[in-house]
Ligand binder design. Structure first.
Ligand SMILES: *Cc1c(COP(=O)(O)O)cnc(C)c1O
Length: 390
């Protein structure tokens, strides 16, 4: 019996190594990685520039402490600030921790403004993590059930609904922030309209609320912009990042701008590992390669290729509800639960995922080539066709 706690239903495969967009299992079988370990392996596998940078950093120092100056952390914060137009960065090790920082910051901001019980607006179908506060912010009962009492102070509204937010602005005096994913990942690749994000920015400005975007899944180049909210031309007050930031080395970040700047001072928040030299080197190198190899443009082109390819090949398939997403964050919604496709794709040598029961989720590395994208479409199409006619 495994001594690993059974918190995951795992597929019967283990990988020994990877190269570019491919992973190889312990029997030597090759798999096209169209998931990137859920939007993590930004640069694919065994990227020579990243491997060299990590080896070099490991040979110097892995960890010091946030009790000391960390030059790589300063450099990474500078880079993230330049790319986002935001001001400050707190480094964590994961997405949920980045969101915990955002939630704490919003509450602190509220208290400083004299709001006794600050509330944060969150969305239906949202996913923000598995800690108590972030699962309470999550809009999925399956994630919450059995863990009550939940953390209080969240108000839920429908996603992408301007009216619901305007209503709250009138009815709820305790709101201090809005937290949302510009593109919901776990919730089924639901893309917020540009107009909605712009309206949120206006409502937040009008009421002194912090606009907080969870870009743990959609950030770091995946949509073809450095950050997904840039598609709407807005700047949030708080942004959280993780998944793709370190290309597989755990790192998260909580960035602030505008009214959120300076809310936290010494002693208000912390992390032992957060932003250590190894993790910051991974993130700095990821950002460097994204820029030098024009991988944001690649995300746009490959994403278009995959969506167009699937749309053309699945035209007339009645069970197809929608193909949506931005760049290399793609959802293919069917009219029925389709979790079985994951195992069938694995058999066929392609790694995919299904979320929200009916949505095939594709999150390939941003290094995905034209040939990789062609291979993905050619493998997926017959699987989906067979699945819906079987
Ligand atoms: C994955 C995810 C999280 C949680 O990140 P962890 O690193 O697993 O804690 C939070 N928000 C979004 C949008 C995510 O996709």
């Amino acid at each position: 019996m495994s001594h690993v706690m059974q918190t995951y239903g795992r597929l019967p495969v283990a990988f020994s190594h990877g190269q570019d967009s491919y992973l190889f299992d312990t029997d030597g079988k090759r798999y096209l990685d169209a998931l990137s370990g859920i939007a993590v392996s930004t640069l694919g596998h065994n990227h020579p520039v990243l491997v060299r940078a990590l080896a070099e950093q490991a040979g110097r120092v892995l960890h010091t402490s946030n009790l000391y100056q960390i030059p790589a952390q300063e450099a990474l914060a500078d880079r993230l600030a330049a790319l986002s137009g935001m001001s400050e960065v707190f480094f964590s090790n994961s997405g949920c921790e980045a969101n915990e920082a955002a939630i704490k910051l919003a509450r602190y901001y509220g208290h400083k403004r004299g709001v006794e019980k600050p509330a944060i607006v969150v969305m239906e179908q949202a996913f923000h993590g598995r800690t108590l506060a972030t699962l309470s912010a999550t809009g999925n009962r399956k994630v919450q059930a059995g863990f009550e009492p939940l953390v209080s102070g969240f108000v839920r509204v429908p996603f992408d609904d301007v009216g619901a937010i305007e209503q709250l602005a009138v009815s709820n005096q305790s709101v201090v922030a809005v937290l949302l994913e510009p593109i919901q990942g776990e919730g089924g690749i639901n893309v917020a309209h540009t107009k909605y994000l712009q309206a949120l920015r206006r409502v937040c400005d009008a009421h002194g609320w912090l606009l907080m975007v969870d870009e743990v899944q959609c950030g770091v180049g995946r949509t073809g912009k450095w950050f997904a909210h840039q598609l709407a031309g807005i700047t949030p007050d708080v942004m959280t990042l993780a998944k793709g930031l370190g290309s597989g080395v755990p790192i998260g970040a909580c960035l602030t701008a505008g009214a959120a700047v300076g809310v936290f001072g010494p002693g208000n928040h912390g992390s032992t590992f957060g932003g250590n030299p190894l993790a910051c080197t991974a993130a700095l190198t990821t950002l460097e390669v994204l820029a030098s190899d024009d991988l944001l443009a690649n995300a746009v082109a490959r994403g278009q290729q995959i969506r167009d390819g699937l749309a053309a090949a699945l035209a007339g398939v009645g069970a197809l509800v929608a193909i949506r997403g931005e760049g290399l964050m793609i959802g293919v919604e069917l009219d029925r639960p389709c979790g079985a496709l994951v195992g069938q794709a694995l058999e066929a040598g392609v790694l995919i995922n299904v979320t929200a029961e009916r949505v095939v989720r594709l999150l390939p590395p941003l290094t995905f080539s034209e040939a990789d994208a062609t291979a993905l479409v050619e493998t997926l199409v017959p699987l989906i066709r067979n699945f819906v006619t079987a």
